[in-house]
Design a protein around this ligand. Sequence first.
Ligand SMILES: Cc1cc2nc3c(=O)[nH]c(=O)nc-3n(C[C@H](O)[C@H](O)[C@H](O)COP(=O)(O)OP(=O)(O)OC[C@H]3O[C@@H](n4cnc5c(N)ncnc54)[C@H](O)[C@@H]3O)c2cc1C
Length: 487
Amino acid sequence: MKVCVIGAVVVFEKCDEIGGTWVYREETGMDKYGLGVHTSTYQGLQTNLPKELMGFPDFPITIGEKSFITAEQVQNFHHIYADYFDLKKHIKLLHCVLVVEPYAEKQWKITTKDLVNNNNFTTTFDFVFVCNGINHSPHIPIYCGQDKFLGKQFHSHEYRKKDIFRNERVLIVGAGASAVDLINYAKEMAAFIAQSYHGGTINFFTLHNSVKRYPEIDHFTSEEVIFSDGSKENFSMVVYCTGYRYNFPFLSAACGITTKRNELVSPLWQHCINIHRPTMAFIGLCHFVMASQIMDIQNRFVLKFFTGHNSLPSREEMLRSEAYEIARRIKRGIRKIHYLGVSYLDQYQKDLARLADIKPLSPAVIRIFRLMQKIAENDFLNMRNNNFMILNNFKYVWVRNWALKFGVDLWEFGRQFTKMDIIRGRYKEYDVDVVRKDGILLLREMAAEVKNFMDFKMNAVMSFFIYDDFPTAGALSSCDVAPREAQ
Ligand SMILES: Cc1cc2nc3c(=O)[nH]c(=O)nc-3n(C[C@H](O)[C@H](O)[C@H](O)COP(=O)(O)OP(=O)(O)OC[C@H]3O[C@@H](n4cnc5c(N)ncnc54)[C@H](O)[C@@H]3O)c2cc1C
């Protein structure tokens, strides 16, 4: 069968720039068009995943020397990507989607506001991809007396600069990545910092030893916060790092999609296809994933069905599959159905690949993701000192905490080695292309040489690994593990 796709792809983007949450904006609250400011990026934000996991399978991020990069560098990558694939001509900036509703038998009517000219217009489409993000509508828990509290209260979505903490008595609520980051900033400025968390959240908080810890908030008085164990403390500022809720204000009821806070968007097949109207897809709902890698495979999955290459299962089958998935999670105490994490992510992407007959994600990428989870749990504060290099589909190099522990500039070290002829012979061992950027020797090339060098000079002070499998727990808990043989 030959399939011809006639028509145009249009992307409506309400902001004046591509990049979504990675676009830094000083403003918070409402923008000049009366819309909520979308971005949650703050000054100094660095990625919490290595860039090796944040590019797309066919277009990796090569910006920056180290694995953990800044929000600005991620944003630059978006422009490089869009330019390379000539996507900008499809993107209508400053166009806010107001209403999405079914039209005729299988089409969609989209009402959009042209923000600059202040006029609304409608367009019909055959397919709709909902990609409005999951980090823009704050989830703030409700507590008794919260409205009587005289100090400042805001969500991490509104946080921009550390100055705001100056001389304040700050309570950070939550224990995820944003909470840890904001505690770090607050530590430099605040008069006092405490953290409140409830059980079950990721154990990052144990790393902030100088921060006073409290259990969950019970209630507020005008100046104090009273915690669930009866303890209390005086605060002038409370920052909620309590995550986001799903929000699709533009979906009409006829789309057939319901959302439950930050727990569920339903009914969806494989977290993305609208079961009631399977010409609508949601991309990027899943949490605790490598967002761009998963979004890429979700897109490839959906396109197989939207272009008619594959047929969808029956509506009943898709509903059964969703119900099974929800029940499976709830049985394990997981109410947030789209929270994948390490344990579900690999199975999920393999399922997508199998169901649509598409290429799964690279095993090396999955392995680094799994390793990063361990690293983050063990040492979140220093995790950004780890560096990775993907050698091929299966193998990667992990250079652990080099710069931090020994004050050696890994990349300077790399540059030194570029000069050595011996490398040219060495990297032939690897069945991969040599990637050079700005004359900098990348880890791929360094692998053999560093190991060689270490063997006689630095064995005791550095951990260096080439893996084709997940390292053992022992390797993670010790800092002077002998290097393994390159495979
Ligand atoms: C502080 C922070 C740190 C993060 N760090 C990492 C990290 O290190 N690594 C990682 O992989 N992920 C990280 N994430 C997750 C990050 O959100 C995803 O990586 C990724 O940006 C999600 O992309 P997206 O396109 O789905 O959503 P977004 O980036 O949120 O983009 C959605 C786009 O939709 C537009 N839009 C929304 N509503 C409308 C409408 N009605 N009409 C028109 N346009 C609309 C928005 O303006 C926006 O441009 C982080 C998130 C936050 C908040």
